[in-house]
Every structure is written in structure tokens, then in C-alpha cells.
Design a protein around this ligand. Structure first.
Ligand SMILES: Cc1cc2nc3c(=O)[nH]c(=O)nc-3n(C[C@H](O)[C@H](O)[C@H](O)COP(=O)(O)O)c2cc1C
Length: 218
């Protein structure tokens, strides 16, 4: 094959792979979550007594209602009039997005719509960490700071605010899990170069932490 044709053939293969990936992402449908149940839960002091990190998970999926309650507890809208959330946010910029990595694909939580919006029709769970349990647990929450929403603060302050905001969200998840008998662990151990690429994040988005959630093994 002459050089030029070979080059065209190469581009054609790349284009076809790109189209296939795009079509797969298209196939992943938005998930409208059930209304969160906000009147349950165990007493706070008991939940604080039980809060802990776990690293052993069963593979069972979380039912949609539990997922909805979990995400609402994490960073849902708790004051619809103002759109403010269950975790504080510096200058109310709400720059932390929760990406949800499941067996079916990668979604991003839309708190206002109470929905999961599709990002990629790919199981990225194994890529969300270095520890073996991450690929088996049903859910890995990836906390992503979107610095495009961060306003005029200095870049050093933006990182501090994003880390603090993520900490509040993560603790909400810990407390929800302790209340519901779910297992969870927040994690800084993931590939900070590979994971953003796999998730197709923009340069002004940064993964702060990841948190695994599922039913405990024992
Ligand atoms: C910022 C941060 C990063 C962490 N990274 C990991 C991690 O990568 N892997 C892990 O298994 N645990 C990780 N943890 C969980 C800690 O190991 C755990 O919180 C600590 O051992 C105390 O245990 P406890 O949460 O049960 O109180 C992390 C915790 C924090 C706050």
C-alpha cells in the first residue's frame, strides 16, 4: 500500500474507534434518581460512634433509592429555594462534582435534577485506585474540582477550598454509610495522571479524592 493510503487507513481506524466510543457513551442513558428519603437515619451520636473506614466490599449493586439517598447526603440540594447543598462550599461556588464509577459506566451527579448524567459507557472502577477492592465494589465516587467554577480566588486558595469542600462531602458519605450499614473508605491512592485522562477531564478539572462505597463483606 502506498504511504499516503496507509496514512488514510490509519486515520480511518482512529475515526471508527472514536465513533464507536462516542456511540457507546450515547447509549448510556441519564438516570433519574428516586426522590431522596430525607427523614430516616440513625441518631447522629450513634452514627459518629460507628464511623470508620472499611476495605472489604461485596459486589452487590446499591438499589436506586439507596444511591439517591447517598448522593443527597453527600452533596444534594437541601434548600431548594437557594440551591444550597448538604455540604458547605467556599463562596457557594459548588465546584466539586461527584463522578460515579459503576459497572455500567461513568456518570456525574446532577444534584439539582437529582439525576446521574452519562459520561462514559466504560467500567472505570479498576482504574479509580491501586487497591484490589476498588474493582469489585459497586461504586467509586470520584470527587472532581471544576476550577472553571472557582471564581477569582488565587490558584493556591482554589486548591485549599476544593480539598476542604471534598472533605465535607466525604464525611457526609462516611456518616450516611455508618447510618445505613454500608462500607466505605476515602482514598488518595489513585493514578493522578491516568485517571483524569481515562475520565476525559478538562485541564481545569482536578480529581481531589476518590471514595469507595458498597455493602460490607461480613
Ligand atoms: C485524605 C485521605 C486519604 C486517604 N487515602 C486512603 C487510601 O488511599 N487508601 C485507603 O485504604 N485509605 C485511605 N484513607 C483512609 C485512612 O487510612 C483512614 O481514615 C485512617 O486509617 C483512619 O481510619 P478510620 O477512617 O477508620 O478512622 C485516607 C484518608 C484520608 C483522610
Amino acid at each position: 500500500m502506498p504511504n499516503l493510503s496507509r496514512r488514510y487507513a490509519g486515520w480511518l481506524v482512529v475515526a471508527l474507534i472514536g465513533c464507536a466510543a462516542f456511540m457507546m457513551a450515547q447509549e448510556l442513558k441519564p438516570i433519574l434518581l428516586p426522590q431522596p428519603q430525607t427523614d430516616g437515619g440513625r441518631p447522629l451520636m450513634q452514627v459518629l460512634k460507628d464511623r470508620h473506614s472499611s476495605r472489604e466490599f461485596r459486589g452487590d449493586k446499591l438499589p436506586p433509592q439507596v444511591l439517591s439517598n447517598l448522593l443527597w447526603a453527600a452533596f444534594g440540594v437541601n434548600r431548594p429555594d437557594s440551591g444550597k447543598r448538604t455540604a458547605p462550599s467556599a463562596m457557594n461556588r459548588q465546584e466539586i462534582d461527584i463522578y460515579v464509577a459503576t459497572q455500567d459506566g461513568l456518570y456525574v451527579y446532577d444534584a439539582k435534577a437529582n439525576a446521574l448524567n452519562p459520561v462514559l459507557a466504560q467500567d472505570l472502577r479498576a482504574a479509580t485506585g491501586m487497591q484490589p477492592f476498588v474493582k469489585d465494589a459497586p461504586l467509586n465516587l470520584v470527587y472532581v474540582a471544576d476550577f472553571a467554577k472557582a471564581g477569582s480566588a488565587s490558584s493556591e486558595d482554589q486548591v485549599i477550598y476544593a480539598a476542604a469542600g471534598t472533605g465535607f462531602i466525604s464525611q457526609n458519605v462516611y456518616l450516611f454509610c455508618a447510618s445505613e450499614g454500608l462500607a466505605t473508605v476515602v482514598r488518595a491512592s489513585f493514578d493522578r495522571v491516568a485517571l483524569p485522562k481515562l475520565m476525559k477531564l478538562r485541564p481545569d478539572q482536578r480529581i481531589i479524592l476518590v471514595q469507595t462505597v458498597g455493602y460490607p463483606k461480613n
